[in-house]
Design a protein around this ligand. Structure first.
Ligand SMILES: CC(=O)N[C@H]1[C@@H](OP(=O)(O)OP(=O)(O)OC[C@H]2O[C@@H](n3ccc(=O)[nH]c3=O)[C@H](O)[C@@H]2O)O[C@H](CO)[C@@H](O)[C@@H]1O
Ligand SMILES: C=C(OP(=O)(O)O)C(=O)O
Length: 425
């Protein structure tokens, strides 16, 4: 959906409290996992985002009925699987939807899912998803842009991931939960979003041991019951708001956070000279009047510095005098923010996955987001400069930030955008 651009008048101090939404990347796999039960599932803390809308469209095609029982409470019910295919038109909208492969295969014994393709910043392969399912006994063929997966009995056996993959771990877990096999996954992701998927599945009667470690053991169970679950706060959104506070040299209280999920981010901001006070589920981030120092960061899988905060951190560092070096080996081409920050006067030199940033004041300009976190980098940058920044490509922000314009206005930002609040069913 094409939305009107976001108009920002920056250069003013922000203040007050901003509450973090439920985690997009935890909610999406949990919504997919609801396919594994015939019974009703109620989820709290589900962010109202276009990505959630997209996954619900796909689930509706598969046979899921859903109803919003409150602003962020979602009821899902899949009494029967009506279709076992996930067509390109739906999968291509959102790469994360590829994990329906494991869920449909588990519930229906057969699944046809379109290859997800690349994204704005380059290729994002799914070879590990496919290798894992094959190693566990699924038969998978590729034809005309689709993966066709079948199993004759329960999945069982052992797989060692060749690299840490959040989505690959999700897919293998989803495929293995039902039945009577025993599956061991080694070098599995320890990301919070894997821990949450396991927490949700176990709350419905699954038997998965080892979440938060690199070895997962999944013992198949005959069926899953329904249930209720609350999605964790979004650590990427929390980190975005922390960087916004630092970049605008403001003091913001970021509420509804799990501080333990943000240690790598908090540590880097403190190294820069930002004061961060932890108070239960809030973080008070204070950069008022501070002469921030440049830092170097390298992205890693959790608990390292997240790639999903690299563009926002680059925007922040572009405002900090001195030389910072930012490296993103997790997604080496995740650089669509750079040319747009150049338009705002940023001095960033790119070599491979390395950005060398010479920080200084930015200036307002018309810019365009080409993906979600690049859009976040641009609103952070825009709110640091006097004058009007106009951000196009706002539909990407709707993928990951709920009612963004309203919430930024709530902390004193001068932001004009009328349709950044999606009316979703
Ligand atoms: C919806 C969702 O939760 N998305 C997140 C998830 O994406 P996603 O689950 O797609 O990311 P992965 O953890 O799988 O990717 C990590 C790395 O492994 C590579 N890889 C992955 C799978 C595979 O089969 N082969 C392969 O080579 C990727 O190219 C990347 O370099 O984790 C990423 C890394 O934290 C985040 O940036 C995304 O926001
Ligand atoms: C990259 C992201 O999401 P996805 O993996 O769905 O593209 C993200 O949330 O920053």
């Amino acid at each position: 959906m094409q939305l009107t651009p976001l108009h920002l008048q920056g250069g003013r101090e922000l203040r007050g409290e901003i509450a973090v939404q439920g985690s997009k990347n935890a909610a999406l796999p949990i919504i997919v996992a609801s396919l594994l039960s015939r019974e009703k599932v109620t989820l709290h803390g589900v962010p109202r985002l276009s990505d959630v809308h997209t996954i619900l469209e796909l689930l509706a095609h598969l046979g899921t009925q859903h109803v919003w029982a409150g602003d962020n409470t979602l009821e899902l019910h899949t009494p029967e699987i009506l279709n076992t295919d996930a067509p390109y038109a739906l999968v291509s909208k959102m790469r994360a939807s590829f994990i329906v492969l494991g869920a449909i295969l588990a519930r229906a014994g057969q699944a046809t899912v379109s290859m997800p393709g690349g994204c704005a910043w380059g290729p994002r392969p799914v070879d590990q998803h496919v290798k894992a399912l094959r190693a566990l006994g699924a038969e998978i063929t590729e034809d005309a842009g689709n993966f066709d997966a079948r199993r004759s009995g329960s999945l069982s056996g052992h797989f060692i991931f060749e690299l840490l993959t959040v989505g690959g771990t999700h897919n293998a877990i989803l495929a293995s939960v039902l039945g009577d096999g025993v599956v061991t996954l080694e070098n599995a992701s320890i990301d919070t979003d894997v821990v949450e998927l396991v927490g949700f599945l176990n709350s419905m009667g699954a038997d998965i041991q080892g979440a938060g470690t690199n070895i997962l053991t999944i013992r198949g169970v005959p069926s899953l019951r329904g249930g209720e679950y609350t999605v964790i706060p979004d650590r990427i959104e929390a980190g975005t708001f922390m960087m916004l506070a630092a970049a605008t040299r403001s003091r913001l209280t970021v509420t509804n956070v799990r501080p333990e999920h943000l240690r790598a981010v908090t540590g880097k901001l403190q190294e820069m000279g930002v004061e961060i006070l932890e108070s239960g589920t809030s973080l008070v981030v204070d950069a008022r009047g501070r002469d921030l120092k440049p830092v170097n960061i390298t992205t890693q899988s959790y608990p390292g510095f997240p790639t999903d905060l690299q563009p926002q951190m680059s925007a922040l560092l572009a405002t900090v005098a001195g030389t910072s070096v930012v490296q993103d080996p997790v997604y080496p081409d995740r650089l669509t923010h750079v040319a747009e920050l150049h338009r705002m006067g940023a001095n960033i030199t790119v070599s491979g996955y390395t950005q060398v940033i010479q920080g200084g004041p930015l200036r307002a300009a018309p810019v365009k987001a080409a993906d979600l976190r690049a859009g976040a980098a641009l609103f952070i940058a825009g709110l640091t400069c006097e004058g009007e920044t106009v951000i196009d490509g706002v539909q990407y922000l709707n993928r990951g930030y709920e009612r963004l314009a309203d919430r930024l206005r709530g902390v004193g930002a001068n932001v004009a955008q009328n349709d950044l609040a999606l009316a979703m069913d």
